[in-house]
Design a protein around this ligand. Sequence first.
Ligand SMILES: NC(=O)c1ccc[n+]([C@@H]2O[C@H](COP(=O)([O-])OP(=O)(O)OC[C@H]3O[C@@H](n4cnc5c(N)ncnc54)[C@H](OP(=O)(O)O)[C@@H]3O)[C@@H](O)[C@H]2O)c1
Length: 294
Amino acid sequence: MARIAIVGAGAIGGVVASLLQATGQHQLVLCVRRQIGPLVVEQDGVAATIDATVLTRPEEAKPVDWVMIATKAYDAEAAARWLDGLCSAGAAVAVLQNGVEHRERFAPYIAKEHIVPVIVDCPAERTSSAQGERILQRGPMSLRVPDTMLGREFVNLFAGSPADAAAVDDWTTVAWKKLCHNTVGALPALLLKPAGIVRDQAIGEVALDMLRECIAVGRAEGAVLHDSFADEVLDACRRSNPDSINSLLADRMAGRPMETAARNGAIVRKGRIHGIPTPANAMAVALLEALAAK
Ligand SMILES: NC(=O)c1ccc[n+]([C@@H]2O[C@H](COP(=O)([O-])OP(=O)(O)OC[C@H]3O[C@@H](n4cnc5c(N)ncnc54)[C@H](OP(=O)(O)O)[C@@H]3O)[C@@H](O)[C@H]2O)c1
């Protein structure tokens, strides 16, 4: 049994809560920033209501064994305000966010050796209403962590649940492969068009430029990525549902901030460190940031 706090009861926080609840092993605490009604997670027509203590103020936080950060990356600073109370007895902190800089993002707030970076793959979305929070889980949950002692402890938390949680030798490659898929997402967000826009020949060429930059920088970071991966990712994007809306686009359409800095911005920053030019991603970042400022 572990006491587990989930910071951010959105799409991923909700699915993680339902998986941890399915183990029947843990006490859950939901750390949210506003009063919420019941949190219901639905998959394939089966709904589960999360049974958890709900806290709305970081000052109320008591020590737990594990913290799962499931906010958007741009909310990291505010999410970290929960850590003083939750981690006062040495809790480990799993960061379930996009990008490749999980440790860097939380290093100002918690010792790096307590941080477990998690690559999350799970199509999920949420709707908030006066009746509560409803999360729709559209597919299986995959969680990948580095194969360390803490990583393996994280995986064990999900034992007995349907989560596909695993500790992997080459987490860096997994993370950069995911970032390759994410980098292309900037194009639908810029164009305010669903995923099918990458089927366009010229847009596909831009996507390939962005992907080749991501691959070059990822390799410099130690990821094993072949040249052919750029075409593989573009092909996968072109085969996906043309009407689907990625999270950058959904955030832009809803007038929310976007995870540009954690996604394309990470490629540009890391590229600079390695002396690798990333003009296509840099342009995407500049345009998305200008649009967000507007
Ligand atoms: N959704 C997916 O399908 C998916 C798949 C793979 C990876 N991811 C990644 O997973 C991460 C989480 O994404 P998501 O889709 O779950 O986002 P989300 O649905 O927007 O949920 C984020 C939650 O964090 C809450 N929050 C923000 N600041 C907070 C704070 N200071 N204290 C407590 N709660 C706070 C938000 O509260 P409010 O309700 O008040 O806004 C919201 O409920 C992102 O990095 C995303 O890229 C998502």
